[in-house]
Design a binder for this molecule. Structure first.
Ligand code: CA
Ligand code: CA
Length: 238
């Protein structure tokens, strides 16, 4: 009996703690995640320590809808030279498609060291990896790879376009479904690929894997209406 009481008390304390953290860490307005209309059926894990909400930003050409608030982790190795750096098809997350990131979560690397997901709020639409202090990269560092993730919260179902530019290549998952894979070597520009899709009301996980052979290292991703405008009411969490 005494054990039962203790267990009940512990459960009550846990419920209180979770209840206190909930409103501050989850997107407002309901469950943590809902499946995309066109994306995988697999639901995302419960939100944990998400930070936001943030608004998409515009660039100097008044192009709208760029996502500037991400969780980032790396660097991971990407050995080799064009056109076949080996990291592109190496899964460093122990299941990229199923992975759910969290601020502060660690990932072990092959060399025994660990790297940690960390929040990055970019001052620019471009996510320039050399500028992200917590990655600890040298400018022009070669043969590396990183992951970036965020959540989009939509107030209503919407027809959207995910538009990506990258230096060098990338893989993009939305709600655990591989949407795009471009094993390319190039300078980044706005809207190099455009992915039209329907996104349902609710929260969607965006996961970007960007690889680097040499030179500049960055990407930009924007979520817009088919005519290139910010999706009304969209929020970003990292
Ligand atoms: Ca190389
Ligand atoms: Ca590059």
């Amino acid at each position: 009996m005494r054990v039962c009481i203790i267990v009940l008390c512990l459960a009550a304390v846990c419920a209180l703690v979770v209840g206190c953290e909930g409103p501050a860490t989850q997107p407002a307005g309901g469950p943590a995640a809902q499946p995309a209309v066109t994306a995988a059926e697999k639901p995302a894990a419960p939100a944990a320590k998400r930070l936001g909400p943030y608004e998409p930003v515009s660039n100097w050409l008044d192009e709208e809808g760029f996502i500037a608030n991400w969780l980032v982790i790396g660097p991971f190795p990407n050995p080799g030279d064009r056109p076949d750096n080996k990291g592109f098809d190496t899964d460093y997350l122990g299941g990229e498609a199923n992975y759910v990131p969290a601020n502060g979560a660690e990932v072990a690397k092959e060399d025994g060291t660990k790297v940690k997901w960390a929040q990055y709020n970019s001052p620019d639409p471009e996510i320039n990896f050399s500028s992200i202090e917590q990655l600890g990269l040298e400018y022009g560092q070669e043969d590396i790879l990183t992951y970036s993730a965020c959540w989009l919260e939509l107030k209503e179902d919407a027809d959207v376009e995910i538009r990506v530019g990258s230096d060098d290549g990338y893989k993009l998952w939305i709600d655990h479904k591989l949407i795009g894979a471009e094993h390319v070597y190039r300078a980044a520009a706005t809207d190099q690929e455009v992915y039209p899709m329907k996104l349902s009301k609710g929260t969607h996980l965006i996961l970007m894997k960007v690889d680097q052979d040499w030179g500049e290292y960055e990407f930009m991703l924007r979520v817009v209406t088919p005519d290139g405008k910010t999706v009304p009411g969209i929020k970003v969490w990292n």
